[in-house]
Design a protein around this ligand. Structure first.
Ligand SMILES: [Zn+2]
Ligand SMILES: [Zn+2]
Length: 346
């Protein structure tokens, strides 16, 4: 079968290769892939600019759903033909404090699909049973594969932040996760919800408006500090979500956060920050990290998609086949559109 493989440790060393069909053990499940989201991580892996190490060669792709094709001898609770979506933790240890308390996404031995273990940019993928969730019949595969980035936003806002109805939220970075954060903040009746970005985010600003953003802030055209203070009666935001990750974004977050407020940092920024964090002290504000997601978050997000309280269609700008990967990676790198979905077995 054909697969999109990162085969080397240099910029651009990704190609379509012929790979063998995965063999499953007694506790595994073989999934026939239907849809796979293209993530910022996939672009970073292609450019070889990842924050985390990657073993090569590896089949990329970690946001996927499909239909069960085969089950191992020990599997009794899943059957061939089930529509399913998979979590991203291909391997966990099962015995560390995080695994034992259900926070297995923080397992130090965790290996994710698409970088630690072969992923889903191909026709079939092997998964362990603990990764799977049923995909309701009314959820299209193209929507189902975007459960993962929506879970990142849900975990950050609902599980790890104080998001309250009627209180302002600033979201910095209108990428897919930022736009899901916007949708979740709106679903929680927070407001006004402001979305900040730069010139090249123009297409994403349009989507943010469609999804109900109360104010768009292009930081290259307006002073975001002035806008935030105007929108919050000079008080700042009880919750700021940094979905961009760079030093400038965090600096704005530190300014915009209200006294006793919270900054939740979703975006990665491997470079050191170049400003003082002292305003956090005088405001008694805090920074919350967030990483990945676990079972209850997945079930909640799947329910939100099924109930249409998350809007999925505006999130999809490209539907492609594997042969169009390179032009699409380039388009996503240039922020043209929001999310691309690679379709298989259609
Ligand atoms: Zn992702
Ligand atoms: Zn563990």
């Amino acid at each position: 079968m054909r697969a999109l493989v990162k085969y080397g440790n240099k910029d651009g060393e990704v190609r379509i290769a012929d790979v063998p069909m995965p063999e499953i053990g007694p506790d595994d499940i073989l999934l026939q892939t239907k849809a796979v989201g293209i993530c910022g991580w996939d672009i970073e892996m292609w450019r070889h600019k990842m924050a985390n190490p990657v073993t090569v060669p590896v089949i990329q792709g970690h946001e996927f759903c499909g239909v069960i094709d085969k089950v191992g001898a020990n599997i009794t609770d899943w059957k061939v033909g089930d529509r399913v979506v998979s979590e991203t933790g291909a391997e966990i240890c099962g015995s560390c404090p995080q695994c034992l308390t259900g926070n297995y996404q923080l397992c130090s031995k965790r290996k994710g699909f698409g970088y630690g273990v072969d992923g889903a940019f191909t026709d079939y993928v092997k998964v362990r049973r603990g990764c799977l969730h049923h995909l309701p019949d009314n959820v299209d595969f193209d929507y189902g594969c975007l459960t993962e980035p929506a879970c990142v936003a849900y975990q950050a806002l609902v599980v790890l932040s104080d998001v309250r109805p009627g209180t302002p939220v600033l979201i910095i970075g209108p990428g897919p996760v930022g736009l899901f954060a916007l949708q979740i903040a709106k679903a929680c009746s927070a407001g006004p919800v402001m979305v900040a970005g730069v010139d090249k985010d123009a297409p994403r600003f349009e989507v943010a408006k469609q999804l109900g953003a109360d104010r768009i802030i292009n930081v290259m055209k307006q002073d975001p500090k002035e806008v935030v203070m105007e929108m919050t009666k000079g008080l700042g935001c009880p919750l700021v979500v940094d979905a961009a990750g760079n030093s400038k974004a965090l600096e704005l977050a530190v300014f915009a956060v209200a006294r006793q407020g919270q900054i939740t940092k979703i975006g990665w920024g491997p470079k050191p920050v170049d400003f003082s964090l002292d305003p956090l002290l005088s405001k008694a504000a805090r920074i919350q990290g967030t990483f990945s997601h676990n079972w209850p978050t997945w079930e909640a997000v799947i329910a939100m998609i099924s109930q249409e309280s998350l809007k999925m269609e505006p999130m999809i700008s490209h539907r492609i086949t594997i042969d169009q990967w390179e032009e699409t990676f380039k388009a996503i790198e240039e922020s043209e559109g929001v999310k691309a979905v690679m379709q298989f077995n259609r």
